[in-house]
Design a protein around this ligand. Structure first.
Ligand SMILES: Nc1ncnc2c1ncn2[C@@H]1O[C@H](COP(=O)(O)OP(=O)(O)OP(=O)(O)O)[C@@H](O)[C@H]1O
Ligand SMILES: [Mg+2]
Length: 446
């Protein structure tokens, strides 16, 4: 009997409570009784139940309030509501507050048991997760992203997120995970560009002991680690062709085999892939498998660049400023009107990441005081994202603009900036020092 489903029956009428209990016990369920919503909440906080069956009208805490408070106290426990004869409004209201179904009085034992077993037989209750990752999206251009995120969250479909560097692709991926019924499961990320090709296969799929030289122990891959949750394949376009073929097979079969292993492991997870490349173009050039592309983009989400959603700029800036002040233990700083104007006028080639860096750095420099445009170091970009060049200075001046723009675009990461410009880090450091920039940024070497 110990693995019988455990139900919590909530009713202020002792006769009704007893009748419900008898019927449910006879059918093999475990029952605990509560006389009102308050008693029920106290029990729910202390132990888990598979289902709550509750009346609506009760003293102290009634059924509607119980439903409301359950979403915090026991977010994964479904509730079945008992309503008075003919009270359609109460039924609708309870469903809105999260009840999974209702029973109208009077009902016989058969109806009760049918509803209970229907609810318990449903796959893991898709009550939505509570997002933890902050996600600012106020510009109308983000409406489509938001609705696709919601739609994707409800299913386990594979999602392909595209967008320029720093637009928030990873944030979108986390958001989908956190809003999904599998939010409690793991969120595992793999950067396909950062792992050497020869290690990638075992990284993704795991390996058995002795599968290759150096495989001294068996190790599960990222796919296995993400079981029951979400696997993020970051920069998927950078994957080698041979591996693309293997990935395709895993996605088709929904099972994985460790390197050097013989048993197949069924996969229960969602895959989200991201890229800042034009994947159809990569497909045309023969660098990315077309079949894999279609397999990945079941739900395609395009995150627009920051310059085409300018109404997000100030809300994001305020969000980053407040977060930075909290993190550094500073008083909450504000943006001056001139700073806001400068932020709105900037082109943001490095997108949200560039904005975050500019604001965090300003927060440190201002130590809690008001942030003015002079603290933001928004270099006017010499090279516009469309590739057009505005020549308006000597070669040295142009070089300075280009270097500072690239530096900002890469989030003040010297290695990435140097790589992008094709110069070495030492040269970059010397230039920045000459411009009076190096060392000023928080976080030091990036
Ligand atoms: N809408 C948003 N709300 C709050 N923070 C955001 C938002 N979008 C992006 N960020 C923040 O901006 C930074 C960059 O975002 P993220 O890493 O998701 O970008 P990305 O598109 O994955 O970049 P890359 O292409 O370089 O991998 C992160 O610190 C993230 O937390
Ligand atoms: Mg990313």
């Amino acid at each position: 009997m110990s693995d019988a489903r455990h139900l919590l029956v909530v009713d202020d009428d002792p006769d009704m409570r007893l009748a419900l209990e008898l019927t449910l016990r006879k059918a093999g369920y475990r029952c605990t009784l509560a006389a009102d919503g308050q008693e029920a909440l106290d029990l729910l906080r202390r132990q888990g139940f598979d289902l709550v069956v509750t009346d609506l009208r009760m003293p102290r805490v009634g059924g509607i309030e119980l439903l409301e408070r359950m979403s915090a106290a026991a977010p994964h426990t479904p509730a079945l509501v008992i309503t008075a004869h003919g009270s359609v409004d109460a039924a609708v209201e309870s469903m809105k507050r999260g009840a999974v179904d209702f029973l109208q009085k009077p009902f016989g034992p058969d109806v009760l048991l049918a509803k209970v077993s229907a609810v318990l037989g449903r796959p893991a209750a898709p009550r939505r997760g509570r997002p933890r990752t902050p996600f600012v999206a106020e510009d109308p251009a983000m409406e489509r992203v938001l609705s696709l995120v919601e739609a994707a969250a409800a299913t386990r479909a594979t999602v392909l997120i595209t967008g320029e560097s720093g637009t928030g692709k990873e944030v979108v991926a986390r958001r989908i995970h956190e809003l999904s019924p599998w939010a409690e499961g793991p969120f595992v990320g793999v950067n396909c560009a950062a792992i050497p090709a020869n290690l990638m296969e075992s990284e993704l799929f795991g390996h058995e002991k002795g599968a290759f030289t150096g495989a001294t122990e068996a190790r599960p891959g990222r796919f296995e680690q993400a079981q029951g949750g979400t696997l993020l394949l970051d920069e998927v376009s950078e994957m080698e062709p041979a591996l693309q073929a293997k990935l395709l097979r895993v996605l088709q079969e929904r099972e994985v085999e460790r390197v050097g292993g013989r048993k197949t492991i069924p996969l229960e997870l969602r895959v989200v892939a991201t890229t800042n490349r034009d994947l159809p173009e990569e497909v045309r050039r023969g660098r990315f498998r077309e079949d894999l592309y279609y397999r990945l983009q079941v739900i395609p989400i395009q995150v627009p660049p920051l310059r085409s959603r300018r109404r997000d700029i100030l809300p994001l800036a305020r969000h980053f400023l407040a977060a930075a002040c909290r993190a550094y233990g500073l008083e909450e700083a504000t943006l001056t009107a001139a700073a806001e104007k400068a932020l709105l006028a900037h082109d943001w080639p490095g997108n949200v990441r560039e904005l975050q860096n500019a604001v965090e750095r300003a927060a440190v420099i201002c130590r809690g005081g008001p942030v003015g445009p002079e603290h933001l170091f928004l270099e006017e970009a010499a090279v516009r994202p469309d590739g057009g060049i505005r020549v308006d200075g000597t070669l040295d001046e142009m070089e300075r603009k280009i270097i500072l723009a690239a530096y900002a675009q890469h989030g003040h990461n010297k290695k990435a900036t140097a790589r992008a410009l094709g110069i070495n880090v030492k040269t970059l450091r010397a230039k920045l020092r000459a411009y009076g920039v190096e060392g000023a940024e928080p976080g030091g070497e990036g």
